[in-house]
Ligand binder design. Structure first.
Ligand code: C2E
Ligand code: CA
Ligand code: CA
Length: 555
């Protein structure tokens, strides 16, 4: 926020000197809170002000920025009122209507938007319950860490609480949350400056242990952690014990993040074999026979061939009329030894290895087949959402293959929807854009998944053919406890509506969350409260009962 000592810097990019004169005139009433600087071109703005948090660009449309320039908030200066909202900018001003008041309002708008973006960026890397880094924040921490000291001098711990699920069921969600907070407090007590802690998911944590000065430090930190977590917990006057499994792996020079995370994961699974709170250190020699990433990859390849994958469908409920309006297809792997594996266990690997392309085609094809199957059973058409990874977009066969599959299954493409993450669509990749347009012409719709996490730019949003925005479940989860999350979700819903997008809230688990979302004008919800993801046969039964008037009343 600008202080009198730190005026807002308005960087003017306009060939017509009239703009400078008019703006100076308006600025006189703003006192010293803003200064106008004329810049010769975008390159100068980029190199001099890119990191300046007090800078706002005011530019005429004839001076086109170079692609990939830094993301300073920009107000477009126009000679006439635009017919549609200009894309890629924070706001715009029209010459004939320029006044000190209009300028002040515009600057305030840009600043408020900036605050929201900054908050989102911070929250995107933070676990709402505990305030420590989440998976995404952890990945940033880990890569920053491995970029130092040749990638050595650090050990990675992967911690999983044993049967936390049972404790959570017994205690209820709030009790479960309090338990997690106690676990985090105990972990933090054992860590020192230079160590880092993150929550990877419900009951999974990652630790970065600094071993620069003493490589054996990881081991004794692990001993102390397993001792501390083995002590009884007190929740609502009752005591309970939790087991835990901690896997440790030491970073090797220039080996990168993936093998390190994989090794810590293998070690954690080995610790699981022992009851109670235990840890296990990954040992390269012993694990030579363990599944390497390459083994897992070939196993997954085989799974695809042998049809070991399944799709489960999670319903999406419209809050306007209490009807189920859509489904999200979520892939699972029915592994012969390890049971039903969630996508988190193999989709990242598939993305890295490129296997996601054939896997993705399998998913699309199965989803279309099931759409056909549902329609044969008299189920009214529903939007079918399929998750699409960025890699799939880079495949030149996407468009022809998809067109073929749609015809083969005799499905109306207008019911098909692709969920893309922000990180994928915000890359401003021309190919992504063209593929999206071409698929759009087939009738396919797009939604933006995990909204609020990979945050880069609001302004880019309205330039993409997206019809629906899915608010990430981490924001929904923190809504009951945190005012900040409530405000954010509300702001996201308003933002989406301003851009004429529909909003789906993900991960809705409680009636309280549903009530808040309804109050905020959210259009649709998805989450365990409505239904868990279901195999297609169970889905038919669910849809039949959900359509009954008595059940629709429920929402
Ligand atoms: P996503 O797209 O955000 O999918 C929603 C995830 O949230 C699903 O996990 C779903 O089971 C879970 N979920 C739904 N409601 C609730 C709730 O109320 N509470 C909680 N705690 N969780 C809820 P799942 O099935 O494990 O999928 C994880 C991720 O894997 C997905 O996240 C998606 O990014 C990815 N994925 C799943 N299927 C595919 C696929 O076919 N292709 C690609 N590329 N990615 C996929
Ligand atoms: Ca999704
Ligand atoms: Ca999502």
């Amino acid at each position: 926020m600008p202080t009198p000592a730190q005026p807002l810097r308005l960087l003017l990019l306009a060939e017509d000197p009239e703009w400078a004169a008019q703006l100076r005139e308006c600025l006189r009433t703003l006192g010293g809170s803003a200064v106008l600087l004329t810049a010769p071109n975008w390159e100068a703005v980029d190199s001099l002000f890119c990191d300046d948090r007090q800078a706002v660009v005011l530019a005429t449309p004839d001076l086109q920025p170079a692609p990939g320039r830094c993301a300073l908030p920009t107000i477009l200066l126009l000679d006439t009122e635009p017919t549609a909202a200009p894309s890629g900018v924070s706001d715009w001003l029209v010459r004939g209507q320029l006044s000190d008041d209009a300028l002040r309002r515009s600057l305030r708008h840009v600043r408020e938007r900036g605050v929201l973006v900054a908050t989102l960026q911070r929250l995107a890397e933070q676990d709402p319950l505990t305030g420590i880094a989440n998976r995404q924040g952890f990945q940033a921490l880990l890569s920053a860490r491995l970029a130092q000291h040749d990638g050595r001098g650090v050990a990675l711990g992967h911690l999983d609480l044993d049967n936390f699920r049972h404790a959570n069921d017994a205690l209820g969600h709030q009790g479960g949350d309090r338990l997690i907070l106690q676990v985090v407090a105990r972990l933090q007590q054992q860590l020192e400056a230079g160590d880092q802690l993150a929550r990877l998911g419900g009951d999974e944590f990652a630790l970065l242990i600094d071993t620069q000065r003493d490589p054996s430090r990881a081991q004794w930190v692990a001993e102390r952690i397993t001792e501390a977590l083995a002590e009884p917990y007190w929740i609502d006057g009752e005591s309970l014990l939790l087991g835990c499994s901690l896997g440790l792996a030491h970073a090797r020079a220039q080996a990168g993040a993936d093998p390190l995370m994989w090794h810590a994961h293998i070690a954690m699974r080995q610790a699981k074999a022992v009851q109670g709170c235990t840890f296990h250190v990954f040992n390269e020699r012993i694990n030579r026979n363990a599944r390497s990433l390459a083994d897992l990859e070939s196993e997954l390849r085989r799974a695809l061939r042998r049809d070991e994958l399944e799709l489960h469908y999670q319903p999406r409920l419209s809050l306007t009329d209490g009807r189920i309006v859509g489904l999200e297809a979520l892939v699972r792997w029915r592994h012969a030894e390890r049971g039903l594996l969630p996508p988190g266990e193999f989709v990242p690997l598939a993305e890295q290895s490129g296997l996601i392309v054939p896997l993705g085609y399998w998913v699309i094809s199965r989803a279309l087949r099931d759409m056909q199957w549902l329609s044969e059973r008299g189920v009214a058409p529903l939007h079918m959402a399929v998750n699409l990874s960025f890699r799939q977009f880079q495949d030149s066969q996407l468009l022809p293959t998809l067109s073929r599959l749609i015809i083969e299954h005799g499905v109306d493409a207008r019911w098909l929807e692709f969920e893309l993450t922000e990180t994928a669509v915000m890359r401003r990749n021309e190919q992504v854009r063209q593929t999206m347009d071409a698929l759009g012409r087939l009738g396919v719709r797009f939604s933006l998944d995990d909204f609020g996490t990979g945050f880069s730019s609001f302004v880019h949003l309205n330039s993409l053919p997206i019809t629906l925005l899915k608010v990430d479940r981490s924001f929904v989860a923190g809504m009951e406890q945190r005012e900040e999350n409530r405000k954010l979700v509300h702001a996201m819903i308003n933002l989406a509506h301003n851009l004429n997008l529909e909003v789906v809230a993900e991960g809705v688990e409680s009636a309280e969350q549903l009530g808040l979302l309804r109050g905020f004008g959210c259009d649709q919800v998805q989450g365990f409260l409505v239904s868990r993801p279901l195999p297609v046969e169970a889905l038919v039964a669910y849809l039949q009962s959900a359509a009954s008037p008595a059940l629709r009343e429920r929402w």
